[in-house]
Design a binder for this molecule. Structure first.
Ligand code: ADP
Ligand code: MG
Ligand code: MG
Length: 988
C-alpha cells in the first residue's frame, strides 16, 4: 500500500495543493496553496493534512508513522527555498504554526508566531536585521504565545508583566519600549514560564515546532472550538490542518505593518475596499485592540505603491474566487505579503447586495447568487429597527462603531455567564463589555445585542456578532465598563438596567425603545434574489411534479393578504376554529353541541353560516385565485364547552332552559384526553351538520366571488383521518353540498377534497386513503406528536435533557425528524401517488418554514411547503436552495431540462466539434459556453452530492427504508457566514 501523503509544500511559485483540497488542507492551507499557484506573494511553507489530526485522535494522541520524517524532509525544502535554517544562530528562519480546518472557525484554535527564535538566534536576528528592537520584540512575542498555548501559562500573567514594565518605563504604548526594555521583558517572561511550568523555556527549535504542532492539534478539541462546532452544527469534519509558514515581519519598524481587509464592505455589501491596518505591528495586533487600527484608505498616504499593489491583489483574488474575500496582509520593509484569504463572513444586507451586484458584474450566475444568500441572512433583514418616532425623541447617549446592524434592547449584563443565566430565566439581555474573546461566544449567542467600549470593526465582538446576526456596537466613546457597572458619557448604569442599541448607526440609547421590523418586500435587491428563487422553484421538475411551491398558513384575510404580499403561492392551511370561537358565533355553536335533536343543531348552525361565508369570501379575495386549503373544524368539542358560571347562565338563557337542566349535558361533554378525543373528522361522523354548514359557507363564498369576477381555487381538507372509510363516508357529504349550492346559484363549482395526514395509521394506510383524496397535507405538528407520543405542550420538561445528552440531535418540533416522521411522510407520499398519480402533496406543520425540513420535503417529492406568513420569504429562498442542492431530484441548473448525463454528453460532443470549427465562428462560441455551462453544472452537482467523506455539515438524513428519497445534500461550506449563529473571533 502506497504511503499516504501527509505534508504538502507551498512556495516558490507553486504548491502541491490547491483550493479544491479544503478537506485535506483545511480552508487556510488550501487557499495558501491556491494563492501560491496563481502568483500571489505568499510566504512559503507547508501544510500538515487534516488526516494527521484525525489519526492523532484516533490513535490516542499519537502521530501517524513516518510523519516525523516527512516533516523533516519538507522542512529541508523550506530552508532551501528560504536560504535560511531553523535555529541558525546567524540568520535564523522563523516560522508560524497556524491551525485551519475545512470549515472556517476563525480564532477558535491556536496560532504561534516567530517560532525558531532562542537565546542565540535572537542575537543573530538582531545583528542581521540591524534592528535589535525588532529581534527582541519577536522573541518576547514568541515566548508569550508559546508560553500561553503550549506551556499553559495564563496569558494575563504575561500581560501584567508587560504592563508593569511599561509603567516603570513610563510609556503607554508597547511600541515605545526599546530593545533593552524588550530584552529585559524576555528575561522576565522566561522567569515567569519557569515559575509556572517548572520547565525552562525550550531553546531547541525542533522541540518548539513539535510542541506547537501538538498544541494546534490539541486546540481542535478545546472547549471553545467544540462549542463553536456545536453552535454552528458542524459535524464530521476530519480535524484541523497545521500550517507551518515562514515568517514575514510587520514589526520591523515604521516601514512595516500588518492588516486585515475585505474586498467589499462586509456590513453593507458596498463595492468598496475596506479594512484596517497598523504600522510596526505583528499578526494579532490589529484585532486584539491593543492599539486602534487605522482605516485602510490611510495606507495610500503611508505607502502608495503597496496600497496599489494590495488593490490589484484584492481584485485578482475576488475575480479568482468569485466571492467577497477577507484577507490578511503584512508589509515587511515596504514589501507586501498575503497571509490568508477566505470568502468573507457578511451581514444579511451585505450578502444580498453582493450577490445581486456580482450577478450584474457577470461574476456569478443567478443560481450561485441565490445560494450565496442563506435563509439566516434573509432572516437578519427582518431584524427590528428602532421605531423612527421614538428614535427622534430619544437622546443618543453615545456613539460607537456600527459593527453589526439591527436594533436591540435588553437588560444590561456584564459577563457571558450572566448573559446565559439571565437568558435561562427568560430575560432579554444586552451584553456590555470592554471587549469580548472567544470564551464569550455562549453568552453572545443568547444576547439581544452587544456593546463594547473598545475594539474596531474587525474586533472579536464585531466579527462574531455579524456572523450571528446579532446587533453590535464596538468601541463606543465615553463608555467605561467595570465589574458590574457601566458609565456612558458620565451617566451611570448597573446590571439589569435597560439599554437600546442601534447596530446600524452605532448609537446607544437609554432605556427600552420600541422596535419595528423593516419591509423587505420594498427592497430592490431582496426582491431580485427572491424573484430568482421563484424562477428556480417554478422551473424544477421532478417526474410528474412541476415546480415546488411555497404556501402559507393563514386563518384571516389580513394574514392572507400579508402572505400574498410576501409572495405566497397559496394558502396551505386555513384553520376554521376561529370562525366558531368568535364571540357572536360561539353562543350558537354552544347551543348546537348541547342540542338533542338534529333539527335543533341545524337551526343553531344556520345562524353561523352567513358569518362564515363572509370570512371565506375575504380570504378568497385576498388570494386572487391561488389555491386555498381550508381545514374543516378540528379541535375537540370539549374546548367549546362553557366553563364559568356566567357563560353557563348565558347559554341556559339563550336556550330558554334552567341551568340545572343544562349542567348534565355539559358534563357529558367532558373528556379526559381531549387531544385524542372527540375531534377532527370524528366530529363530522357524529355531527355531520358541522362540516355541512362549513362546506356550504365555502361554496356560497366561492360562488359569490365568481359572480364578482374573482377567481377561486378552494381545497377542502378533512382533518385527523385515520382510515379511508372516514373519507369514504364524509367525501360524498361534501360533494352533495357543493352540488346543491352550485345548482342553487347556477354557478359551476368544483373543489378538490383531501385530507391531512397527521396520525401514523393514516400514513401507513395512505395507499387506501388516496383513493378518496385529491390531496394530502402533512400536519407535521400532530404527526410528530403522535409518532413520538410526545405532547408538544408538555415536552419542554424532558426535551432539553434529550438534546443535551444527545438522545435526540434536534428538537423534532422545530426541524423534521427525518428518520421517523420523515419516513412516514416519504412513505405516504409514495404510496399515495402510486394509487393516485395526480395527488397533490404538501406540508402544513410549523416545520414548513424550517430550511432543513424544506430540503427534505423537496427530496420527498412534496408539491409545496406551507408556513407562517412571516417565513414565506425565507421559504421561497430555502425552496430554491433545495432545488439547486438536489440536482438528482430534478434540480441543479433548472433550465437544463434533460438529465445531467445527457447534457454533459451533448456538451462534450459539441465541445469536440467546436475544436474543429474555425476560431471566431458563432458555433464555437455557443458550444464552448454551453460546454462550460454544463461543466459548471456538473461541478455544482459534484459539490452538492459530494459524499460526506471529510466535511459534512448536516447529516441527519437516512430515511433509507422510505426508499426513494436521497439524503440531504451537502450544505455548502459556511465560509460566507451563511449561518445565523456563527461566530468569528478575536484573531482573524
Ligand atoms: P487565525 O485563524 O486566528 O486568524 P492565523 O493563523 O491566521 O490565525 O494567524 C494569526 C495572525 O498571525 C494573523 O494576523 C496572521 O496574518 C498572522 N500570521 C500568521 N502567520 C504569519 C507569518 N508566517 N508571518 C506573518 N504573520 C503571520
Ligand atoms: Mg487560528
Ligand atoms: Mg487568520
Amino acid at each position: 500500500m502506497a504511503k499516504e501523503k501527509n505534508v504538502y509544500f507551498f512556495g516558490d511559485g507553486k504548491a502541491e495543493g490547491d483550493a479544491g483540497m479544503r478537506d485535506v488542507l483545511g480552508g487556510k492551507g488550501a487557499n495558501l496553496a491556491e494563492m501560491t499557484n496563481i502568483g500571489i506573494p505568499v510566504p512559503p511553507g507547508f501544510t500538515i493534512s487534516t488526516n494527521v489530526c484525525a489519526e492523532y485522535y484516533a490513535k490516542g494522541k499519537k502521530y501517524p508513522a513516518g510523519l516525523e520524517k516527512e516533516i523533516l524532509t519538507v522542512l529541508k525544502k523550506l530552508e532551501t527555498v528560504m536560504k535560511k535554517k531553523l535555529g541558525d544562530p546567524v540568520d535564523p528562519l522563523l516560522v508560524s504554526v497556524r491551525s485551519g480546518s475545512a470549515v472556517s472557525m476563525p480564532g477558535m484554535m491556536d496560532t504561534i508566531l516567530n517560532l525558531g527564535i532562542n537565546d542565540k538566534s535572537v542575537k543573530g536576528l538582531a545583528q542581521k536585521s540591524q534592528n535589535p528592537r525588532f529581534a527582541w520584540d519577536a522573541y518576547r512575542r514568541f515566548i508569550q504565545m508559546y508560553g500561553d498555548v503550549v506551556m499553559l501559562v495564563p496569558h494575563e500573567k504575561f500581560e501584567s508583566c508587560l504592563a508593569n514594565l511599561k509603567k516603570s518605563r513610563k510609556v503607554s504604548e508597547d511600541n515605545d519600549l526599546n530593545a533593552a526594555d524588550l530584552e529585559f521583558l524576555v528575561n522576565e517572561y522566561k522567569k515567569l514560564v519557569k515559575a509556572h511550568s517548572k520547565k525552562d523555556f525550550p531553546q531547541d527549535p525542533l522541540e518548539q515546532l513539535w510542541g506547537s504542532i501538538n498544541a494546534v492539534l490539541d486546540s481542535w478539541m478545546n472547549e471553545r472550538a467544540i462549542k463553536y462546532r456545536q453552535l454552528n452544527d458542524i459535524r464530521n469534519v476530519l480535524g484541523t490542518a497545521v500550517n507551518v509558514q515562514s515568517m514575514v515581519y510587520g514589526n520591523y519598524g515604521n516601514d512595516s505593518g500588518t492588516g486585515v481587509c475585505f474586498s467589499r464592505d462586509p456590513s453593507t455589501g458596498e463595492n468598496i475596499f475596506y479594512g484596517e491596518y497598523l504600522m510596526n505591528a505583528q499578526g494579532e495586533d490589529v484585532v486584539a485592540g491593543i492599539r486602534t487600527p487605522q482605516k485602510l484608505s490611510g495606507l495610500v498616504k503611508t505607502n502608495k505603491k503597496v496600497y496599489e499593489q494590495l488593490v490589484g491583489i484584492k481584485n485578482k483574488l475576488e475575480n479568482h474566487f468569485r466571492d467577497m474575500q477577507d484577507m490578511e496582509f503584512t508589509i515587511e520593509k515596504g514589501i507586501l505579503y498575503i497571509l490568508q484569504t477566505r470568502n468573507g463572513k457578511r451581514t444579511g444586507t451585505a450578502a444580498v447586495k453582493i450577490a445581486v451586484d456580482m450577478v450584474n458584474e457577470k461574476l456569478i450566475d443567478k443560481e450561485t447568487a441565490v445560494l450565496r444568500v442563506s435563509p439566516a441572512h434573509l432572516d437578519q433583514l427582518l431584524h427590528p429597527m428602532i421605531d423612527l418616532n421614538a428614535q427622534r425623541s430619544a437622546r443618543v447617549l453615545s456613539k460607537g462603531l456600527n459593527a453589526s446592524p439591527g436594533a436591540a434592547c435588553g437588560r444590561i449584563v456584564f459577563t457571558a455567564k450572566d448573559a446565559e443565566d439571565w437568558h435561562k430565566r427568560n430575560e432579554k439581555v444586552l451584553l456590555v463589555r470592554k471587549d469580548t474573546s472567544p470564551e464569550d461566544i455562549g453568552g453572545m449567542a443568547v444576547s439581544e445585542g452587544i456593546l463594547t467600549s473598545t475594539g474596531g470593526m474587525t474586533s472579536h465582538a464585531a466579527v462574531v456578532a455579524r456572523g450571528m446576526g446579532t446587533p453590535c456596537i464596538c468601541g463606543a466613546k465615553g463608555v467605561t465598563v467595570d465589574a458590574k457597572h457601566v458609565s456612558i458619557e458620565g451617566k451611570s448604569f448597573k446590571e439589569g438596567d435597560w439599554l437600546t442599541i442601534d447596530g446600524s448607526s452605532g448609537e446607544v440609547y437609554e432605556g427600552k425603545l420600541p422596535l419595528i421590523s423593516r419591509d423587505i418586500s420594498k427592497d430592490k435587491d431582496v426582491t431580485a434574489v427572491l424573484k430568482w428563487s421563484d424562477d428556480i422553484r417554478n422551473r424544477a421538475v421532478r417526474g410528474k411534479i412541476k415546480g415546488f411551491q411555497v404556501r402559507t398558513n393563514a386563518d384571516q384575510p389580513s394574514d392572507a393578504k400579508r402572505a400574498f404580499d410576501f409572495g405566497a403561492d397559496g394558502i396551505g392551511l386555513c384553520r376554521t376554529e376561529h370562525m366558531f370561537f368568535e364571540k357572536e358565533k360561539l353562543i350558537h355553536f354552544r347551543a348546537m353541541i348541547v342540542s338533542d335533536t338534529k333539527e335543533e343543531r341545524k337551526n343553531a348552525l344556520a345562524k353561523i353560516l352567513p358569518l362564515q361565508q363572509n370570512d371565506f369570501f375575504g380570504i378568497f379575495k385576498a388570494m386572487e385565485g391561488r389555491p386555498v386549503t381550508i381545514r374543516l373544524l378540528d379541535p375537540p368539542l370539549h374546548e367549546f364547552v362553557p366553563r364559568d358560571k356566567k357563560e353557563i347562565e348565558e347559554l341556559a338563557k339563550y336556550l330558554g332552559i334552567k341551568v340545572k337542566d343544562l349542567m348534565p349535558k355539559i358534563e357529558k361533554l367532558a373528556e379526559t384526553n381531549p387531544m385524542l378525543g372527540h375531534r377532527g373528522c370524528r366530529l363530522a361522523v357524529t355531527h355531520p351538520e358541522i362540516y355541512d354548514i362549513q362546506v356550504e359557507a365555502i361554496s356560497l363564498a366561492a360562488a359569490e366571488c365568481i359572480r364578482n369576477g374573482i377567481p377561486v381555487d378552494p381545497e377542502i381538507m378533512i382533518p385527523i383521518v385515520v382510515t379511508a372509510r372516514e373519507l369514504k363516508l364524509l367525501r360524498p357529504n361534501a360533494e352533495k353540498i357543493i352540488k346543491m349550492v352550485s345548482e342553487k346559484t347556477k354557478i359551476p363549482l368544483k373543489f378538490k377534497i383531501g385530507t391531512m395526514i397527521e396520525v401514523p395509521r393514516a400514513a401507513i394506510r395512505s395507499g387506501h386513503i388516496a383513493k378518496y383524496a385529491d390531496f394530502f397535507s402533512f400536519g407535521t405538528n400532530d404527526l410528530t406528536q403522535t409518532t413520538f407520543a410526545f405532547s408538544r405542550d408538555d415536552s419542554a420538561s424532558f426535551l432539553v435533557s434529550y438534546l443535551d445528552q444527545k438522545v435526540l440531535d434536534v428538537d423534532p418540533f422545530k426541524s423534521i425528524d427525518e428518520e421517523g416522521v420523515g419516513f412516514l411522510v416519504a412513505y405516504a407520499t409514495r404510496e399515495g401517488r402510486a394509487v393516485n398519480p395526480d395527488l397533490k402533496v404538501g406540508i402544513c406543520g410549523e416545520h414548513g418554514g424550517d430550511p432543513v425540513t424544506i430540503d427534505f420535503c423537496y427530496r420527498a417529492g412534496l408539491s409545496y411547503v406551507s408556513c407562517s406568513p412571516f417565513r414565506v420569504p425565507l421559504a421561497r429562498l430555502a425552496g430554491a436552495h433545495a432545488v439547486l442542492r438536489n440536482p438528482g431530484e430534478g434540480g441543479g441548473k433548472p433550465d437544463v431540462k434533460k438529465t445531467a448525463k445527457k447534457v454533459a454528453k451533448k456538451a462534450a460532443k459539441k465541445a469536440a466539434a467546436a475544436k474543429k470549427t474555425p476560431a471566431g465562428t458563432k458555433g464555437k462560441k455557443t458550444a464552448k459556453s454551453k460546454a462550460a455551462k454544463s461543466a459548471k453544472a456538473k461541478a455544482a452537482k459534484g459539490k452538492a452530492e459530494k459524499p460526506a467523506k471529510a466535511v459534512k455539515v448536516h447529516e441527519r438524513t437516512k430515511p433509507k427504508a422510505a426508499g426513494k428519497i436521497k439524503p440531504r445534500a451537502e450544505k455548502k461550506a459556511k465560509s460566507g457566514g451563511n449561518k445565523k449563529k456563527s461566530a468569528g473571533s478575536k484573531k482573524k
